[in-house]
Ligand binder design. Structure first.
Ligand code: B4P
Length: 188
């Protein structure tokens, strides 16, 4: 199973990616998590990503694409993966298709998790109280939502055109959303 999860910040991509990865027995790959790990370890990649992330902007494509290309070349993704947070613009989507073609494989489905701005803002502000993530402040959340509308929303048309898009309503309890996703993927 080669899956991509797309959705606004706070829709539940990271939350659901681990659950789907367990269900299908493949690794979950989160570009946001890889960046955050690198920021914490103060690596060169982390230094490059930090300023963009803390302002809610996308990390430049050349940095992100190279990182994903390297990750998808590892042995553990031979049987599949759940990709969370990538692609985030149509250019990254084209690049992902090229990476997979190089390995002679293709995506099985792209799941769009939907949730409105009020709901995701509420969730992220709650997470801020628990985890204190630098990009979960009200101003940065607003910026992330506008980046999503401008840059990431067009990715859905790209995948819809390929017949890969599956829409799942993300506004329910976590278990319910997981079941909706698994059911929607099984009927495909
Ligand atoms: P991400 O790490 O992808 O952050 P995110 O969009 O907020 O999603 P996340 O997975 O963390 O949250 P989730 O919705 O699961 O990206 C962070 C930054 O990294 C970006 O702004 C950008 O700068 C950079 N970046 C990442 N990928 C990039 C790319 N491809 N190109 C360029 N830059 C990139 O969960 C949010 C909260 O909601 C959690 O607290 C969770 O517990 C809660 N929640 C989840 N499901 C719920 C439910 N059903 N009900 C109630 N609460 C729920």
């Amino acid at each position: 199973m080669r899956l991509v999860l797309v959705g606004p910040p706070g829709a539940g991509k990271g939350t659901q990616a681990t659950r789907l990865a367990d269900t299908f027995g493949v690794p979950a790959i989160s570009t946001g998590d890889i960046f955050r790990t690198n920021v914490k370890r103060e690596t060169e990649l982390g230094r490059k990503a930090q300023a963009y992330m803390s302002h809610g902007a996308l990390v430049p494509d050349e940095v992100t694409n190279a990182m994903v290309r390297e990750r998808l070349a590892k042995d553990d993704v031979a049987e599949g993966f759940v990709l969370d947070g990538y692609p985030r613009n149509p250019e990254q989507a084209v690049e992902l298709d090229a990476m997979l073609a190089d390995h002679g494989v293709a995506l099985n489905a792209v799941v769009e998790i939907t949730a409105d701005s009020d709901e995701v803002t509420k969730r992220l502000l709650k997470r801020a109280e628990i985890e204190g993530r630098a990009d979960d402040t009200e101003d940065v959340i607003r910026k992330r939502l506008s980046v999503y509308a401008d840059s990431t929303a067009p990715v859905m048309a790209y995948y819809d055109g390929q017949g890969l898009l599956v829409k799942v309503d993300g506004t329910a309890e976590v278990d319910v959303v997981t079941r909706r996703m698994v059911d929607a993927l099984r009927v495909r």
